[in-house]
Design a protein around this ligand. Structure first.
Ligand code: BG6
Ligand code: MG
Length: 215
């Protein structure tokens, strides 16, 4: 199969920002006396802001009103925004620049599909905005990952059929969304955790192996 569209998740695939999401949640959790660790954090990957807070509260057997949840989710975002202000192209994950420029040379249509409302700002700081034919962030969709909506919107806007798209994801929810969208799913990260992907790579450095999908 020769694929002709590539759709990238942002946090943890293109940029090393997953660690900042973790640090911002950790800071908030410590302030609120809530338990939070890397294991709980895995469940938040690809998941929207408010829903992430709900997972942390649920893990701690705590209940917040809607207004409290909005207030604290917003606070976490302030910590996160402060951390990503200093992002530069140096924060690109290994292999990203090389892969994207090779895909562009092949005429592959490129999109970003991110659950983060901060995606446009991060892409701007990374100097990547012009590289993509379309960018979908959480502000444009109704249902988050694992629902396929975000990837289907991306495919439609780059004019490529879902079954002709390859998606790149570091989250379990994102892989489920890609499979539900009928796309080829490349998991970026741990093989065991991303076992439902069609191919798993530790990062995007195996350029040749990935490019084969598009030749
Ligand atoms: C995803 C991250 O990309 O965006 C999640 O994997 C994060 O960890 C989600 O919660 C929402 O991000 P934001 O920036 O809108 O709070
Ligand atoms: Mg991610």
């Amino acid at each position: 199969m020769r694929y002709c569209g590539a759709i990238f998740d942002l946090d943890g695939v293109i940029a090393d920002t997953a660690k900042y999401h973790y640090l911002a949640w950790k800071r908030l959790a410590d302030e609120l006396g809530l338990y939070f660790d890397e294991k709980i954090n895995e469940r938040l990957k690809g998941i929207g802001r408010l829903e992430s807070l709900e997972i942390i509260l649920q893990e701690n057997g705590r209940y917040f009103s809607r207004r409290e949840k909005e207030y604290y989710a917003n606070k976490k975002n302030e910590y996160y925004v402060e951390m990503i202000r200093r992002i530069t192209p140096k924060d690109l994950l290994p292999g990203v620049a090389d892969l994207i420029s090779n895909l562009k040379d092949l005429g592959v249509k490129l999109a970003v599909a991110s659950a983060s409302k901060n995606a446009p700002a991060v892409l701007k700081n990374l100097g990547l905005v012009e590289w993509f034919d379309y960018i979908v962030d959480a502000g444009q969709i109704k249902k988050g990952k694992p629902d396929p909506e975000i990837f289907l919107v991306a495919a439609r806007n780059i004019g490529v059929k879902p079954r002709e798209c390859v998606g790149f994801e570091d989250s379990v929810a994102g892989i489920a969304a890609l499979k539900a969208a009928g796309m080829f799913a490349v998991g970026v990260g741990d093989e065991k955790r991303l076992k439902d992907a069609d191919l798993v790579v530790k990062d995007l450095t195996p350029t040749e192996q990935i490019l084969k999908l598009f030749l």
